[in-house]
Design a protein around this ligand. Structure first.
Ligand code: GDP
Length: 210
């Protein structure tokens, strides 16, 4: 085998496809590939980021409606042992209680029971920073011992010095979380900022785990 290319561009020049939506663990694909999952509050910019990453508008669809499908959406590209997983958004203020419970059960089962899950990319809106609901998810990830990394979204919405302060304060908060990856990536799907860095991070995870 040749040396793995961890710039990430090779991985995202390829066409990516939607594989399936899994509403429960029994519908997940076989554990035959490394998985990198995207999590974040509803409206954090998760669909926009996945579409920017994969260069395919419309592949990941936004689900802002409270109570809409709570599913894990799987994406793959041919001949590469990697799944990208779009996790259902959380923290929708008006979500009915049974939907919140369904979300928690699905996500917790997934985090605890998926041995090939290499990292969760935890998306945080640059305008808001870490909210209590994000802290709850981080505690869940710590408890499940799943490695996770904070990715700031919509970086174009705040000033450069505010972004630097946010990166520093977020990195400081992460120090008290056992499973958190120390490095924070700042992105803007709109401007393309940080997308190459995120691609490289995913390629590195793949190279390390496969
Ligand atoms: P999701 O619910 O997490 O999938 O979020 P979406 O990707 O649907 O984005 C929510 C809203 O934020 C939409 O109105 C997007 O246009 C906007 N948005 C997403 N990413 C960015 C970004 O990088 N910059 C700006 N300015 N707006 C963004």
């Amino acid at each position: 085998m040749t040396e793995p290319d961890t710039s990430g561009e090779w991985l995202f020049e390829r066409p990516w496809h939607f594989l399936k939506s899994a509403p429960a663990l029994e519908f997940l694909p076989p554990v035959d590939r490394v998985e990198v999952a995207f999590a974040g509050r509803s409206n954090v910019g998760k669909s926009s980021l996945i579409n920017a990453l994969l260069r395919q508008n419309g592949l990941a669809r936004t689900s802002n409606t409270p109570g809409r499908t709570q599913e894990l959406n799987y994406f793959l590209t041919d001949d590469v042992p990697l799944y990208l997983v779009d996790m259902p958004g959380y923290g929708f203020a008006k979500a009915p209680k049974d939907k919140v419970e369904a979300w928690t059960e699905l996500v917790f089962d997934y985090l605890r029971g998926r041995p090939t899950l290499a990292r969760v990319l935890l998306l945080i809106d640059s305008r808001h920073g870490l909210k209590p609901v994000d802290q709850t998810i981080m505690e869940m990830l710590d408890a499940a011992a799943v490695s996770y990394q904070v990715v700031l979204t919509k970086a174009d919405k705040i000033k450069a010095h505010e972004l630097n302060t946010l990166i520093e304060s977020t990195a400081r908060s992460l120090k008290s979380h056992a499973a958190a990856f120390p490095e924070v990536i700042a992105t803007s799907s709109e401007k393309g900022t940080g997308i190459a860095e995120l691609r490289a991070a995913i390629a590195t995870i793949l190279a390390e785990r496969s």
